[in-house]
Design a protein around this ligand. Structure first.
Ligand code: XLS
Ligand code: NI
Ligand code: NI
Length: 439
């Protein structure tokens, strides 16, 4: 059975193609630096947004028309798997990601849920044998069901903590079974609404206990995927504990988890935290903690996680700059944690959305590589900090000075001379690179 009848395999046709169902810029084989686009970008489809999502919003029911709509229960789950692998093949996408409840419906009991999962995981495993598409990461949904109303690993209710742990246990087993490259923790309800009824210290300690036990279990079963924390500052709770990379990193360090985790950084979560996407990537990178990326974008006028497909080339360029400076994403990738808009309800829109995202990152990659090759930003930064390469600056860097000497230096100074940061000039340069990359 096929689900996307009218769509053939999406091919690279180049920047001048007029075929909407073709890549204009993403050419999997094209070398950028020493690696191919496919190897560097490691794109992934988010199962939940593409196969499970109905496009409902707080004001209305779902609008999505999907070829698997008439099925339900486990049948529906199976049809989605069939459709998913057809989609992966037609898009030539190397990875996918899912939560447990995206792939299989929940049963009335944990045991039943696990049985349903086993059926679908076996089916996925079978499909993966004949497919080039691999599992970038999986996770479990410990936030949608009412039992998680007060959190999961940070719940006030020990039974919920145990239930959440059992789900992660199963998630790790599934990750191992399907050869997941990573395992993601997004703390959906790991946060609080108000301090008036919250023991923050206990919740944080418990969350750390939760992660430690997950780590122990991964070791026990020989699951070797990279553990990733996905920070988000708010939504659904008013304060999420994994607020951003900096606070997440402090948490990991404080609880002795930093050697075992990296970050999965989502563009829209970065902006919700009041940062740019590149800030979060940069912060993780300079601390050796950049693991993977949820590639989407927020709406500039809305204050929530709109999860749009990435199309802003300026942002994809600066993101790819960070990723290249990181030496790539290792076992991570660019997962499109993105959904088509409610008005884009036709099945074909799923292809257009992914094509847009993949093309946008391909352009970003090329521009970023050229910026690096031409030493554009490095030379600006090198110049800007050159006072630390000589004299008193060098002494500061080498740890060869103290406040006495610094005071002496300061007393001996005439008028201090600063230089322009040249921001406008740098931006003009980036525009020039963006506009001439395919010229
Ligand atoms: C929600 C998160 C979620 C994670 C996986 O905002 O982005 O989709 O990526 O649980
Ligand atoms: Ni995400
Ligand atoms: Ni998100």
């Amino acid at each position: 059975m096929t689900y996307f009848h009218n769509i053939n395999r999406i091919k690279y046709e180049g920047p001048n193609s007029t075929n909407p169902l073709a890549f204009k810029f993403y050419n999997p084989e094209e070398l950028v630096g020493e690696k191919s686009m496919e190897e560097i970008l490691r794109f992934g489809v988010a199962y939940w947004h593409t196969f499970t999502e109905s496009l409902k919003d707080p004001f209305g029911v779902g609008t999505a028309i999907r070829p698997w709509d008439r099925y339900s229960g486990l049948d529906l789950a199976k049809k989605r798997v069939e459709a998913a692998f057809e989609f992966f093949e037609k898009l030539q996408i190397p990875f996918f990601c899912f939560h447990d409840i995206d792939i299989a419906p929940e049963g009335d009991t944990l045991k039943e849920s696990n049985q349903k999962l086993d059926v679908i995981v076996a089916m996925i495993k079978d499909y993966m044998k004949d497919s080039k598409t691999k599992l970038l990461w999986n996770t479990v949904n410990n936030f949608s069901h009412p039992r998680f109303v007060h959190g999961a690993g940070s719940s006030n209710n020990a039974d919920v903590f145990a239930y959440a742990a059992a789900k992660v246990k199963k998630g790790l087993e599934i990750g191992k079974e399907l050869g997941a490259e990573n395992y993601v923790f997004w703390g959906g309800r790991e946060g609080y609404e108000t301090l008036l009824n919250t023991d923050m210290k206990l919740e944080l300690d418990n969350l750390a206990r939760f992660y430690h036990m997950a780590m122990d279990y991964a070791k026990e079963i020989g699951f070797t995927g990279q553990f990733l924390i996905e920070p988000k500052p708010k939504e659904p709770t008013s304060h999420q504990y994994d607020f951003d990379v900096a606070s997440g990193y402090a948490f990991l360090q404080h609880y002795g988890l930093d050697d075992f985790f990296k970050f999965n950084i989502e563009a829209n979560h970065a902006t919700l935290a009041g940062h740019t996407f590149e800030h979060e990537l940069h912060y993780a990178r300079i601390h050796g903690m950049l693991g993977s990326v949820d590639a989407n974008q927020g709406h500039p006028l809305l204050g929530w996680d709109t999860d749009e497909f990435p199309s802003d080339l300026y942002t994809t360029t600066l993101a790819m700059y960070e990723i290249l400076k990181n030496g790539g994403l290792g076992r991570g990738g660019l997962n499109f944690d993105a959904k088509v808009r409610r008005g884009s309800f036709e099945p074909e829109d799923l292809f257009h959305a992914h094509i847009t995202g993949m093309d946008s990152y391909a352009v970003g990659l090329k521009v970023a590589q050229k910026l690096i090759d031409d030493n554009v930003l490095e030379s600006v930064i090198e110049n800007r900090y050159n006072s630390f390469t000589k004299g008193i600056g060098k002494k500061i860097i080498d740890g060869n000075t103290d406040f006495h000497q610094l005071e002496e230096h300061a007393l001996g100074l005439g008028e201090i001379e600063n230089h322009s940061g040249q921001l406008e000039q740098i931006k003009a340069k980036i525009n020039q690179y963006l506009l001439t990359i395919y010229a």
